[in-house]
Design a protein. Sequence first.
Lengths: 286, 359
Amino acid sequence: MSADQTPIVEAHNISKYFGGVIALKDVSMELRRGEVMCLLGDNGAGKSTLIKILSGVYPPDEGEYLVEGKVVHFASPRDALEHGIATVYQDLAMIPLMSITRNFFLGSEPTQGRGLFNRFDIRRADAIVRQELLNMGIDIRDPAQPVGTLSGGERQSVAIARAVYFGAKVLILDEPTSALGVKQAGVVLRYIAQARMRGIAVILITHNPHHAYPIGDRFTILKRGRSLGTFTKAELSRNDMIQMMSGGEELEDLERELREFREQANPRPAEASPQEELSEFGEEWG
Amino acid sequence: MSIEVTAGPSSSDERLLRESLLRRLFRRPELGAVSGAVLVWVLFAILAGDRGFVSLRATANFLEVASELGILAIAVALLMIGGEFDLSIGSIIGGAGMTVAILSVEYQWNIWAAIGMALLFSLVVGAINGFLVVRTRLPSFIITLGSLFIIRGVTIGLTRLITGRTQVGGIKATAGYDSAASVFASAIKITDPASKRGLPAEFPVSILWWLVIAGVATYVLLRTRPGNWIFGIGGDANAARNVGVPVSRMKVILFMVTAMSAWLMGTVQVLSAGGADTLRGEQREFYAIIAVVIGGTLLTGGYGSVIGAVFGALTVGMVQQGIIYTGVDSDWFKVFLGAMLIVAVLVNNYIRKRAAEAK
């Protein structure tokens, strides 16, 4: 896709154990600049564990983690941030009663003046915030308004814009659309597309195939701590993806079980006999 | 922003503009405090205008009360925006005042040295408060409730041990008193034409301290990085820590600032009264919190203003002095104060809701 063929983030055979529990086993993945990779999987599949390793919350027990071709060992999320890997969590870490600008620059405020007169340059900060959001297609009325007055999608966008502004090369977005309505989710997805156009690599964690499929370039699917593989869009139809995400045959089993319930409730001898059910079962596990 | 709006299709834009201006006003935390102060003044002007409330002397009177409370309230506002409480400031007022008095009177120190020592005492107490809060992660309410009693107890105990009494007088005869008094306890006298006996209105220098500190604190809060951090640590200490704000250090500094404001008030009181009492400053911590809350600061932190606290203190001062002018027994002041606190919180909550949820 881009001229630079070294993946910006690589994970080789990463494993993570919590006591006797295998949270991740031999998971590998890679990510290139200007690419959106969707990390998919059911609850407990290991998505959170993987992104926490990538964002420096804890180290992997086995395997290698490379950033721009070099092996890294992050001690904290700040380490990861210094390597340009920023994570925007679901709870956002935004303070609702503080203004957009104050939230945006908290901890990294631009200043002017020297010594005793070194002060927070609010005018410049406001201008930067307005411009950064405008670049991403969001026209905020007033950067001094409290974050609490923004819609969920706008809030997500501000959090992402903040990460991008402070030099994120890799954005890890944890379920950014899960709590949003259709329209608001659209705002965030459009924003992700903008970030990709700027050459930023994005790892998008989501439950929603309808959000993942249109935006994703590649899809890594986790299941019970293992990777089912990474697929390009060409290799994976939307239906295949939905099938794999929701746990394919488990869903079929569930469907069958529910059918049995219904048949027990109002038996109709003409339909599938117990024998047939059994043979079907046997075939599948055959 | 241009106000020239052409008539016709732009009428909806016009409404939007007006709405956003109104909301911008509602978003100011000090709105309630300013209008409350105006309301209280008008109320007393009506009730007690003919008994001398609307005069230079009465104004100097309530400004003196408001300034002493206001100095505390400004520091307490910063601390409360940062998400913490300090209940020990009343005791620090007593302790700092007594330190000044005992060192200068009993040990014949130059009063400036005694004042310096009292400052050191208050800074150490503030640092210990802050350190304990940060380290133990206990609510600051508990930590400083403890230090409230410890400091008061130590002040009374040591004073009685050293002097055999609980009051120390004779400050005005100590070395360096005149220069110290001009800084902490002088007053500008203005003849009050309304006074029939020709008594002048005395505006104490503490008013100047109050206004200067308010200016500095507002500047720090709204226009510096540490100011932004104060909002951040009060709003969400974890989020602030994650983006690199030195949360623990800021909290310790804020406790030192409230302790320092108590030192200043203790010093002002000792020098203007000419003596110290071990019970000085009692309940001042609550008055300060009331002033701050009337000023629109949120009890849970992350939101508030210094200007609001200034007007909150002004309101409390006006009520405390105004009630005397109305001829009502001043015992009723506390009833009024308590009721005002509750009403102020209700009004401020309503305003804040409008500000944060208006969409």
